[in-house]
Design a protein around this ligand. Structure first.
Ligand SMILES: Cc1ncc(COP(=O)(O)O)c(C=O)c1O
Length: 470
């Protein structure tokens, strides 16, 4: 029987066991993202079939705590039928219409609602289908804005080392991870890297957080000066940088960055694909740290993942040159601002309001931190850092010297042992070595102390075992 038929006949009935039809079809046909497929030569493809609250369930019915909210996405938790119903209602009313010279009510309502949440003068919403497209859109807007306002040479972009901004070629160019870019070079030229705010590994001012922040921000001014202010369009920064393992901004960092951007007429883009929609206890990370971006890029949590959606948020000032005559932002996506996704986002934001999820994160984030910090008694835990419901735990070989693992040890530890062991122990999270080895945690915003304790207890037992595997 062709596999396709086998799947059709068995899907929904028989997806259990390593030799199920779906398991075979996954190996034969599904190309997964950022995945080493060689891993499945000798192992099954982990298959998640159901979610409920903070938990997900695999094909064999085993339960896991979703310590990453899918992929920094499922803010309101799994299994919310009201979001499924909002999607069904919109699909039966108007399943699709593009935002290309026409509009539809859910996109309009969502734009107005987001404008109400966004900091300061940010009130113009350009929808995309995801985060990388939002980043791509922001760079293109910055370029065209300066062309239309008489500064046509401003086009370069500054971003931070080890930061991830997405996979489209523009967004990938802005990404500060050479290993992710190598295979696709040459990429879009004109992007430049500055240091991130990894205070744990600060090479300067390691004993003074504020001075370190000031130093890191000033590197942006240095690059602008070096490249020429007339050539620099924008700086892309996450409120808390994810890649490398959660680097929150030192006090004063973003205020200094804002000053620099104002001085050199450079746009400050706050890439909040992860940090927006409650991850840091506010609708936007910029609000939490008290700075005013010129553009925000966001996605993921806007719909809690019940349907794909992203956005670039900007102001009247940046849209003004596009409002008269023949001017147009010749940019868009068929599915950007999809009716179903925007309807789902509205229903998702209703849940945020009704259940006061931002307040909940602000009230309980201290407990999450204290619970994770208990892990400091393990010799492998070097640093626990983050804010809100967004944490990175950096693993070290030697706590006293902060010595990290070499490439082979990291392979052995993260890929060879940790990722699988954590999953087997019932915790879905991410062991990542795009910078130094870290465990990333970003649970649904509905989590409470019992979930924090479960995360801590699984991490404790698996990390204790991890050292024996080196
Ligand atoms: C900060 C940041 N920007 C952009 C992206 C790309 O988003 P997407 O995968 O939706 O294209 C991500 C994805 O994780 C991200 O974390």
């Amino acid at each position: 029987m062709p596999v396709r038929n086998a799947v059709r006949q068995t899907a929904g009935m028989d997806y259990r066991g390593d030799d199920s039809a779906l398991q075979r079809a996954a190996k034969d046909h599904l190309w997964m993202h950022f995945t080493r497929h060689s891993a499945f030569e000798s192992a099954g493809v982990p298959m998640i079939v159901r979610g409920d609250g903070a938990y997900i369930y695999d094909a064999d019915g085993k339960r896991y705590l979703d310590g990453l909210a899918g992929l920094f996405v499922v803010q309101v938790g799994h299994g919310r039928t009201e979001l499924a119903e909002a999607a069904a209602k919109q699909a039966s009313e108007l399943a699709f219409f593009p935002l290309w010279s026409y509009a539809h009510p859910p996109a309009i309502e969502l734009a107005e609602r987001i404008a109400g949440y966004a900091p300061g003068d940010l009130n113009r919403i350009f929808f995309t289908t995801g985060g990388g497209e939002a980043v791509e859109s922001a760079w293109k807007l910055a370029k065209q804005y300066f062309k239309l306002t008489g500064r046509p040479t401003k086009h370069k972009v500054i971003s931070r080392a080890i930061a991830y901004h997405g996979t489209p070629q523009g967004a990938l160019s802005i990404t500060g991870l050479p290993s992710l870019k190598e295979a696709f070079e040459p990429l879009v030229p004109s992007t430049f890297r500055v240091p991130n705010t990894n205070f744990y590994r600060a090479e300067q001012h390691g004993d003074d957080l504020e001075a370190f922040g000031r130093w890191a921000a000033d590197r942006i001014a240095e690059v602008i000066e070096f490249e020429g202010p007339d050539t620099v369009a924008a700086v892309f920064l996450e409120p808390v940088q994810n890649s490398g393992g959660c680097f929150p901004p030192p006090p004063g960092y973003f205020q200094r960055v804002r000053e620099i951007c104002d001085e050199y007429d450079v746009l400050l883009v706050s890439d909040e694909v992860i940090c927006a929609f409650g991850r840091l206890g506010e609708m936007f990370g910029a609000t939490r740290y008290g700075y005013q971006p010129d553009i925000i890029t966001c996605a993921k949590g806007m719909t809690s993942g019940y349907s794909p959606l992203g956005a670039m948020i900007t102001s009247d000032r940046l849209m003004e040159p596009f409002l008269s005559g023949t001017a147009m932002f010749a940019h868009g996506f068929t599915f950007g601002g999809h009716p179903v996704s925007t309807a789902v986002a509205l229903a998702n934001l209703d849940i945020f309001e009704r259940e006061q999820l931002n307040e909940h994160v602000r009230d309980t984030e201290g407990d999450f931190r204290v619970t994770l910090e208990k892990l400091y008694d393990l010799p492998i835990v070097g640093d626990v850092r983050g804010d809100g419901y967004f944490y990175g735990i950096e693993l070290v070989k030697d706590k006293a010297t902060k010595e990290t693992f070499d490439f082979n040890e990291s392979e052995q530890l993260l890929r060879g042992f940790l990722s699988k062991a954590l999953f087997d122990a019932g915790l879905y999270c991410r062991a990542d070595d795009r910078g130094d080895p870290v465990i990333q945690l970003s649970p649904p915003l509905i989590c409470t102390q019992e979930h924090f304790d479960e995360i801590e207890s699984i991490l404790r037992s698996v990390l204790t075992e991890a050292l024996e595997h080196l």
